[in-house]
Write a protein that binds this ligand. Structure first.
Ligand code: EPZ
Length: 430
């Protein structure tokens, strides 16, 4: 099984190119089934979750041609099956985007209940509420979400919680419903806006994405398009915090600085220097880091997907910090692993109370989920000595070439497959 072998202690220095956003790519790929014409997508991240979704789409008859590693052509004119239930699709969260997309176009779909990272209860009641409001019959039977409608008719839908997934799913179905749909209390994340822009480029009529009221006037047909996915806010943020934790100097390139404002603000608060240009941000950590408080919130608040990374940084910052997780109730599972590396963190409910330590020390640890896995890697890069990270398949769900990008910044990290590989790595770096 593949693991990361890491020798900590090198400040990360240099420039790193950020890829397309995984959480925008997933709904955009799913929405490509909504037209019979060919859709060309650029800046697609080559990560496990997008590849699982592409495979599932191929299995229902979507023709998929990779033009190069980051661009793909999709044609859904020959979709022959509206039941999506292959083994792998159950493991990713975004499988449920195929419900909104297929329901919108074909007025029916059956998709395996979604999986995804185990970070707490991940209800889908708001998705179901939205589909039902549009006139669909929705049932959960035999592990499948089954939806069907004679007609989809626009409706006024108030979301009880701010949900990225439900906003996206209902927006897709409503795009091909009759009349006007209004989604209130909608999620405002950049990937919600990116999907709306993508659908509009296919002929949809969506207004207000990026605010909490989205208005969708249904259309009968969507057409082909060419579209480039936005840069990944969370990949960028992860490298920005890697710079902070390793006392480095890193420029993240191909980013939209506006999407990173909450992350930049926290880096400034803990004592980093941050320089912004049009499409890049430089983070320099030349002074000792200091404590702060942070609460995760829907966009434009501090993202839950950056919570483990900031906790790792605060674990090495002077003073006592408090991190409150308000989106998912089980997103501190990695704290036990970080404690093995010397962190002093007490978790009480949805709050972590962190007493900053001078340094982390390397240990054998395991990635519990995608973002926590990446955060533990950056802790290891700052730690004294060697760390072996297990279960890195989680990290591969959402980070393309993570270890190679870190290597290019001077990190001592390698993917190893055996005890022997690890010993070789130690000899090489010892
Ligand atoms: C998306 O998950 C992302 N996943 C997550 O990223 C991200 O952490 C999350 O949004 C929040 O930003 C994808 O985009 C594939 P939600 P999603 O619906 O859509 C509750 C990563 O690391 N809720 O916004 O599943 C829910 O329980 C992943 O890339 C309901 O109660 O998140 C949670 O507390 C991890 N009912 C909150 O809303 C519902 O019907 C936010 O969930 C739906 C959600």
């Amino acid at each position: 099984m593949e693991q990361y072998a890491i020798k900590g202690g090198n400040p990360l220095v240099g420039e790193v190119e950020i890829g397309g956003a995984k959480n925008a790519a997933l709904p955009i790929l799913a929405a490509s089934v909504m037209t019979d014409e060919t859709v060309y997508i650029e800046n697609m991240p080559d990560v496990r979750d997008t590849n699982v979704l592409l495979k599932a789409m191929q299995n229902i008859g979507v023709m998929i041609k990779r033009r190069d590693r980051h661009s793909v052509a999709l044609n859904a004119s020959n979709v022959n099956n509206l039941v999506v239930e292959d083994e792998n699709i159950k493991k990713i969260r975004a499988s449920y985007y195929l419900i909104g997309a297929l329901l919108g176009k074909y007025k029916r779909a059956q998709v395996a209940l979604p999986g995804g990272c185990d970070i707490g209860c991940r209800a889908i009641d708001q998705h179901i509420k939205g589909f039902r409001a549009l006139g669909a019959d929705v049932r959960i039977e035999h592990g499948l979400i089954k939806t069907r409608a004679d007609r989809l008719v626009g409706s006024h839908i108030y979301m009880d919680v701010v949900s990225v997934g439900a906003t996206i799913n209902v927006m897709m179905a409503a795009t091909m419903a009759e009349g006007m749909t209004i989604i209130e209390n909608a999620a405002k994340e950049p990937h919600v806006v990116d999907l709306a822009n993508f659908l509009n480029s296919m002929g949809a009529n969506i207004k207000g994405a990026g605010t909490d009221v989205i208005r969708i006037k249904g259309v009968k047909h969507l057409h082909g398009t060419e579209y480039a996915i936005i840069p990944d806010q969370i990949e960028a943020g992860t490298f920005m915090f890697a710079a902070a934790v390793t006392k480095g100097d890193v420029t993240v390139k191909n980013v939209i600085p506006k999407h990173l404002e909450s992350i930049t603000a926290k880096l400034l608060e803990i004592g980093c220097e941050v320089e912004e240009a049009d499409d890049c941000i430089r983070v320099v950590a030349s002074k000792p880091l200091v404590h702060t408080q942070v609460k995760t919130l829907p966009y434009p608040g501090f993202p839950t997907d950056m919570q483990p990374q900031i906790t790792v940084a605060l674990g090495m910052s002077r003073g006592t910090s408090i991190v409150t997780e308000s989106i998912f109730e089980n997103r501190f599972k990695y704290v036990d692993e970080l404690t093995r590396m010397g962190a002093s963190i007490k978790v009480e409910g949805n709050t972590a109370i962190i007493d900053g330590v001078e340094k982390y020390t390397g240990a054998s640890i395991s990635a519990p989920d995608l973002r926590a896995g990446a955060a533990l890697v950056i802790a290891a890069l700052a730690a004294e000595g060697y760390t072996l990270v297990d279960e890195i398949h989680y990290i591969e769900r959402g980070y393309e070439d993570f270890h190679l990008k870190l290597q290019s910044l001077g990190a001592q990290i390698e993917m190893v497959e055996s005890e022997r590989d690890y010993s070789k790595f130690k000899l090489k770096t010892g």
